[in-house]
Structures are given as C-alpha cells and as structure tokens.
Design a protein around this ligand. Structure first.
Ligand SMILES: C[S@@+](CC[C@H](N)C(=O)[O-])C[C@H]1O[C@@H](n2cnc3c(N)ncnc32)[C@H](O)[C@@H]1O
Length: 230
C-alpha cells in the first residue's frame, strides 16, 4: 500500500536517517510510522501518544496493514514511554514549540541518548532553537515545507554544542546560511501576517498593546531587511 504524506510530514521523514529505530511521539493517526516502515526507512518504529483516541486510529491503521511486528504502539506522556537509548531517532512533529520543549526537558538524558531529534514545531520555533542551544544540542539540518499556503519549519538536532545569534534563533541558522527555495516566500508570509496583526491592533492603545505594536513594527522591519538580502 502506498502512503501519501503531506509535504510537511514528507519533510519530517526526509530528516530521518535510514536503518534506525524511530520513536514518533505524538503520532496521532500514525501516518509517519507507517510511511517509514512501508518505505523501508525505519526497521522499527515506536508510535506513541498520550491520547487514547488518536492511538486507537494509529492502531487500526497498523493492524489493517499487518505492521504490528514493526510498529509498537504505546500510550503515554512524552518520552516516558521510552527506555534510554531505545529510540535512535526521536520525532516530535505537529505540536507547539512550548510542548516540544517541555517534553524534551522532562526527560533530557533520554533525549540526549538518541542520535537525532527531528522536530517540527507548529509555532514558537525560535524558542525551540534557543532551548536546543541551551541544552547541549546542535542543529544539523533544517528544512521548510508548504502545505495549503502554510509554511512549516523542520529541525534536525543532534547532541553537540552551538551558539545562536538572535537572527539564527528566529529564522534558522542553516536556513540563513544555506538558503532554501521556500525561504523568501516563508518570510514574506510571516511579514504579511505580522502586518495584518498590526493593522488589526490600530485602535488598541493600552500600554500592553503599545508595547506589542512596537515589537511587531521592529519584527516587520527586521524581516523586511532580511528579505532585501535574499
Ligand atoms: C496535531 S497532532 C500531530 C500528529 C503528528 N505528529 C503529525 O505531525 O501529523 C499532535 C498529537 O500530539 C499528541 N500529544 C500532545 N502532547 C503530547 C505529549 N506530551 N505526549 C504524547 N503525545 C502528545 C496529541 O495527543 C496529538 O495526537
């Protein structure tokens, strides 16, 4: 059976080196584990979620395709479902950046025992990059994917050291250094979203709103300058 993944999950899958045991934490429907196994990318995947309902749908898909010997379904919170070094690649995709940070921080030694983390935060991506730098991880690859007009940032990190400038934390050290076919469009959309937000706040003049508006103006100007260099 051919599994067609979204561009976002294909980009996540591309960061997973072949032949390694993968843990997909927050697997939901289980599409990524099935794709990895059916395409001989991963010999074994632990597909975990803290929700029983999403895990039931993953279980149904795995049973339908008779992949029980290769995909191990586990119910539980974050990395608590794993033994140390059991997963060589840990994948956290489709969740907020704060949730990703919390999940890794709650079991940092276990996360560091993996060869690679593959992360796709839905938002607060800068906070994830800063967290990685502060906790002994180095970003080794970055990618962008677009689905239906939305852009997604994908980060592969391995144990190691890195320091990040503000621009690197906010826009991605490797996206900045190496460029990407989608990078310019991604920044243009980010700038447009912020401008729209700023316009929607035109009538708000509380001290908090004024502070937020100033932040947005600074961000818009920073992104505009960056776009000008691409
Ligand atoms: C939006 S889905 C993303 C599914 C899939 N990873 C993807 O990228 O398409 C997020 C999933 O993460 C699960 N989740 C959120 N926090 C979690 C946690 N701390 N531990 C395990 N699963 C979690 C949710 O139950 C939900 O099924």
């Amino acid at each position: 059976m051919r599994i067609k993944l979204s561009n976002r999950l294909q980009a996540v899958a591309r960061q997973i080196p072949a032949g390694l045991t993968v843990a997909d934490i927050g697997t939901d429907h289980g599409y990524l584990p099935v794709y990895l196994v059916v395409n001989d990318i991963a010999p074994r995947v632990i597909a975990a979620d803290r929700g029983k309902r999403p895990l039931d749908s993953a279980q149904q898909l795995v049973s339908l395709l008779s992949l029980e010997s290769q995909i191990d379904i586990r119910l539980g919170d974050g990395l608590s479902v794993l033994k140390t070094a059991e997963a060589e690649v840990i994948c956290l995709a489709g969740m907020g950046g704060m949730a990703i940070k919390e999940i890794i921080a709650a079991n940092l030694p276990l996360a560091k025992a993996a060869k690679r983390l593959v992360l796709q935060p839905q938002r607060n991506v800068s906070a994830v990059r800063r967290f990685l730098a502060a906790n002994g991880f180095k970003i080794v690859a970055e990618d962008l994917a677009e689905d239906d007009g939305f852009y997604y940032e994908i980060i592969a990190a391995e144990p190691g050291m890195m320091t990040l400038t503000d621009d690197e934390a906010d826009f991605g050290p490797l996206l900045l250094a190496e460029g990407h076919a989608l990078f310019r469009d991604f920044l243009i959309l980010k700038e447009a979203d912020m401008t729209q937000l700023l316009v929607s706040m035109a009538e708000s003049n509380s001290p908090d709103s004024l502070r937020r508006k100033q932040q947005l103006e600074d961000e818009i100007s920073r992104i505009g300058k960056l776009i000008g260099t691409l």
